[in-house]
Ligand binder design. Sequence first.
Ligand code: HEC
Length: 179
Amino acid sequence: MVAQRTWRWVGLIIGIIIVLIALGILFIYSGIYSVAANYPDSAPSAWVLSTTMERSVRYHAEGIKIPNLNNPKMVQAGFEHYQEDCVMCHGAPGVKVGEVSRGLNPAPPELTEVANDWKPNELFWITRNGIRMTGMPAWGVVDSDKEIWRTVAFMQKLPSMTPSEYKKLDHQAPQPEEP
Ligand code: HEC
């Protein structure tokens, strides 16, 4: 008697799971869900995505050994890399983000405001590996770890850097030769 009742419950639960899976597949194939980048995320899905990203970065970056980053030459080299590959999306002191950044979802944050939220090993992990399903590329595909650490050394200085200090780094950079 008891066993029969238990099996009835098991059957009901399996039935509900099958119906839910079928509804999920129907939802995907219906095309109702909008993948448009200009369609804002709901508050719960924005929370799920940003919390997953933050926890994942902190977990995976643990144990990465941080080299000595207090070296003006490293900061200068990191600035040059940042100017070339990052400023158009993340801006800089006195420099607004470029057009490509304005249509991205999630929007790339201004690193002058958020770089201090991350430890150096976490900045390194994000830059090297990128963030899937966002516009943040994995720079480790094209840059060596040494280059990425230089960019980290520079990013750490961003929150306390004034626009004129940023400009000064530009004047110290080697200028491209005239053709
Ligand atoms: C095409 C645009 C684009 C470029 C170029 C780009 N990023 Fe990003 N980056 C993003 C986006 C989008 C995010 C936000 C991802 C998210 O919210 O999960 C991001 C996030 C980050 C973060 C985490 C910040 C935070 O608090 O969310 C860091 C650090 C970062 N990028 C560093 C860099 C560096 C260093 C470079 C250059 C070597 C670079 N990015 C180039 C789009 C870009």
